[in-house]
Design a protein around this ligand. Structure first.
Ligand SMILES: Nc1ncnc2c1ncn2[C@@H]1O[C@H](COP(=O)(O)OP(=O)(O)OP(=O)(O)O)[C@@H](O)[C@H]1O
Ligand SMILES: [Mg+2]
Length: 270
């Protein structure tokens, strides 16, 4: 108990600043303006002078070798960490100038390791929008290609998942997380593709629901399999914490540089 209270008394690192305003109904423009970042103030710099902009509604994909800094970049958008230098802006507002709660309400996340709460599937989906009706909740599950597997579970939407309940596969967990975001309907969607292999069927179901989810909102996706992002409005190649290339799939292939090499490694036909 002592250790628990110690943890609870620990001040949160990310605090609203005095006079922080609410970010309501964001359009979804994102800008990284000379962003450098260290996890540990005394440690080494992980991101070096990262610059890019994403216009509302665009789909931008981040690619690059493991450990390059892709997840770190997307973690700065909901302000899970503070930049060391530069600024992250949404619709022109520095994320440090708005309340954390209102910022995170504008962003839907589907991350590398999906964590579901030890609760029913219904509650896990409703987390996206607690006031949603049963119909809205089911519509979200259907859009996420999750409804069919959910109703085939012993207690359907009332099935408890997580540590004390039914263990879902990686692909099923991801689809529940996607349903949650459908219900939330945020201006910005952040997808950090799972690195663990999913079975082919889950993979295509996820791919299909993600495409639906990405339509009409700003989407930042991290992809490991380049075949899933060839349609992106822009692809940004990250290496050792830096942006080394950006452009459309066709432009980057023509350059025959880093993206082209990644593409060849994956043995995709050009
Ligand atoms: N919480 C953390 N604390 C300290 N260092 C971290 C933390 N998370 C990541 N790093 C380091 O930051 C660097 C970038 O990691 P990051 O997870 O952003 O890479 P990535 O491009 O997402 O890789 P992958 O493709 O494997 O997911 C790595 O050197 C990693 O070891
Ligand atoms: Mg990552």
């Amino acid at each position: 108990m002592d250790r628990m209270f110690e943890l609870m008394d620990e001040p949160h690192e990310i605090q609203d600043k005095k006079g922080a305003h609410e970010l309501t109904r964001a359009r979804g423009d994102i800008a990284f303006d000379h962003v450098s970042f260290k996890y540990d103030p005394d440690g080494s710099e992980i991101l070096h002078d990262v610059n890019f902009t994403v216009k509302a509604g665009e789909t931008v994909a981040f690619v690059g070798m493991s450990g390059g800094g892709k997840s770190t970049i997307v973690n700065l958008i909901p302000r899970f960490y503070e930049v060391s230098e530069g600024a992250v802006r949404i619709d022109g507002h520095d994320v440090r100038d708005v309340t954390v709660k209102s910022l995170r309400e504008q962003i839907g996340l589907v991350l590398q390791d999906t964590i579901l709460f030890s609760d029913t599937i219904r509650e896990n989906i409703l987390m996206g929008q607690p006031n949603a009706t049963e119909e809205q909740m089911i519509a979200a599950a259907k859009a996420a290609n999750a409804h069919d597997f959910i109703v085939s579970l012993p207690q359907g939407y009332d099935t408890t998942v997580g540590e004390r309940g039914v263990k879902l596969s990686g692909g099923q967990k991801q689809r529940v997380a996607i349903a949650r975001v459908f219900l939330k309907n945020p201006a910005i969607l952040v997808l950090d593709e799972a690195t663990s292999a999913l079975d082919l069927e889950s993979e295509s179901l996820i791919q299909e629901s993600v495409e639906k989810l990405a339509a009409d909102r700003t989407t930042i996706m991290i992809a490991h399999r380049l075949s899933t992002i060839t349609h992106a409005d822009r692809i940004i190649v990250i290496s050792h914490g830096k942006v080394i290339e950006q452009g459309t799939h066709q432009q980057l292939l023509r350059q025959q540089s880093a993206y082209y090499d990644l593409y060849k490694i994956q043995n995709l036909t050009i």
